[in-house]
Design a protein around this ligand. Structure first.
Ligand SMILES: NC(=O)c1ccc[n+]([C@@H]2O[C@H](COP(=O)([O-])OP(=O)(O)OC[C@H]3O[C@@H](n4cnc5c(N)ncnc54)[C@H](OP(=O)(O)O)[C@@H]3O)[C@@H](O)[C@H]2O)c1
Length: 315
C-alpha cells in the first residue's frame, strides 16, 4: 500500500482523504492542518457538499502544526500538499527533508513540473516534487489538446465559471484584491484568471492565442468552462462530435448527452464532462464547448492517478 500524508485539511484535503480511505492502494497515515484536531475530525465526518460519512479515521494520526518543518514524515511515500500556502520547490523540499519520498502539490506551480494524466505524464522522470496542476487545466487541456491536434487552433477564449472557494469572503470584507473581497454567496464576481498560463504550460504553441476570464458564482461546488475555439479550417459539427465521442472515456473525459446542471455532476469522477447540447459551431470554424467538472472530486481523482504513477516509478 502507498503510505500517504495530507498537509492542509480544507476542501481538497478532505475530498482526497475520503477517496483515499475508499481506495485499497493507499493508506492514509497522517493529516496536518493548523486548526483544532476535534474540529478536523468533525469537518471530515460532516460535509455540506458531499454529506455525512461513517468512514473510520481512528488509525490516522492528526496533527496541528503551522510550521511544516515540525512534520515527521519518515514512513511516508507521498505527501499531498493541499494548504494553498506552500507552492515553491524550496518550500515543498521541507517535506522531503522531513522524510517524505514524494510530494504532490494540488495546484499549478511556476517552479516544479506540472503533470496531467494522459497529457504529459509519460514525461514523468521520477522527480520528488511534482504538481497535479489546477482543476481548470485538468478540465480544459485534455479536450483542447485533442481539438487542436485534429482541427488546429487559431485562437481560443476560456471563461471559467467556478463555485466560490474558501479564499473568498462570506460577507464583504478585506481580501487580497478588490472584487475578491465581496460577498461570495450573493454575487457573481468576475476575476482575472490563471487559465491562460496553466493551459499554455501544456500547449506552449498556443501561448499568445489564449484569453481567459474567471467568474465566481454563488454555488458551493462545480466548475463550468465556456470554451470558444476559432479553428484553422472549416468543419461540420458532426465531424467535431465524432472526435469528442472518440475521446470520451479517456483521460477523465466524458461526452454527455444528458441535460445536466451543476448539481448533477457532484461526485463525478470525470475531470471534463463535455456537454453535447452546448457543442455548437458558427460558420463552421468558431467552435463553442461547455465542459463540466466537480472541482473537488473530479480533480482529486486525477491527482490520485498521478500519485499511483509517481509511486510506481519509485519501486
Ligand atoms: N477548492 C478547489 O476547487 C480546488 C481545486 C483544485 C485545486 N485547488 C487548490 O488546492 C489547494 C487547497 O485549496 P482548498 O480549496 O482545499 O483550500 P482550503 O479549503 O482553504 O484548505 C486549505 C487548508 O490548509 C490550511 N492551512 C493554512 N496554512 C497551513 C499550514 N501552514 N499548514 C497546514 N495547513 C495549513 C488552511 O487553514 P486556514 O483556513 O486556517 O488558513 C485550510 O484548512 C489550493 O492551492 C487550491 O488552489 C483547489
Amino acid at each position: 500500500m502507498i503510505k500517504v500524508a495530507i498537509n492542509g485539511f480544507g476542501r481538497i484535503g478532505r475530498s482526497l482523504s475520503r477517496e483515499i480511505l475508499k481506495d485499497k492502494r493507499f493508506e492514509l497515515v497522517l493529516v496536518n492542518d493548523i486548526f483544532d484536531i476535534d474540529m478536523m475530525k468533525y469537518l471530515f465526518k460532516y460535509d455540506s457538499v458531499y454529506g455525512k460519512t461513517s468512514q473510520n479515521i481512528d488509525n490516522i494520526c492528526f496533527t496541528s502544526n503551522k510550521n511544516i518543518k515540525d512534520l515527521k514524515l519518515n514512513d511516508i511515500d507521498i505527501l499531498f500538499e493541499c494548504s494553498g500556502v506552500f507552492a515553491t520547490k524550496k518550500e515543498l523540499q521541507t517535506h522531503i527533508d522531513n522524510g517524505a519520498k514524494k510530494v504532490i502539490l494540488t495546484a499549478h506551480s511556476k517552479d516544479i513540473p506540472n503533470y496531467i494524466i494522459g497529457i504529459n505524464d509519460n514525461e514523468y522522470s521520477n522527480e520528488d516534487i511534482i504538481s497535479g496542476s489546477s482543476c481548470t487545466a485538468n478540465c480544459i487541456v485534455p479536450v483542447l489538446k485533442s481539438i487542436d491536434e485534429n482541427f488546429g487552433t487559431k485562437r481560443c477564449n476560456i471563461t471559467t465559471i467556478h463555485s466560490y472557494t474558501s479564499e473568498q469572503n462570506l460577507l464583504d470584507g478585506k481580501n487580497s484584491d478588490t472584487r475578491r473581497c465581496r460577498a461570495a454567496p450573493t454575487n457573481i464576481i468576475p476575476l482575472s484568471s490563471n487559465a491562460t498560463n496553466t493551459t499554455s504550460f501544456f500547449l506552449p504553441h498556443l501561448k499568445n492565442k489564449i484569453y481567459s476570464t474567471s467568474i465566481r458564482i454563488p454555488v458551493e461546488n462545480s466548475l463550468l468552462i465556456d470554451l470558444h475555439i476559432e479553428l484553422l479550417k472549416k468543419y461540420d459539427l458532426s465531424k467535431i462530435k465524432e472526435l469528442l465521442m472518440t475521446i470520451s472515456g479517456k483521460n477523465g473525459i466524458n461526452f454527455s448527452c444528458e441535460n445536466i446542471v451543476s448539481r448533477d455532476i457532484r461526485n463525478s469522477s470525470f475531470s471534463s464532462i463535455i456537454d453535447e447540447k452546448f457543442t455548437q459551431i458558427v460558420n463552421k470554424d468558431f467552435l463553442r464547448l461547455f465542459l463540466w467538472q466537480d472541482n473537488e472530486h473530479g480533480y482529486i481523482k486525477r491527482v490520485l492517478e498521478l500519485a499511483c504513477k509517481a509511486n510506481y516509478h519509485e519501486k
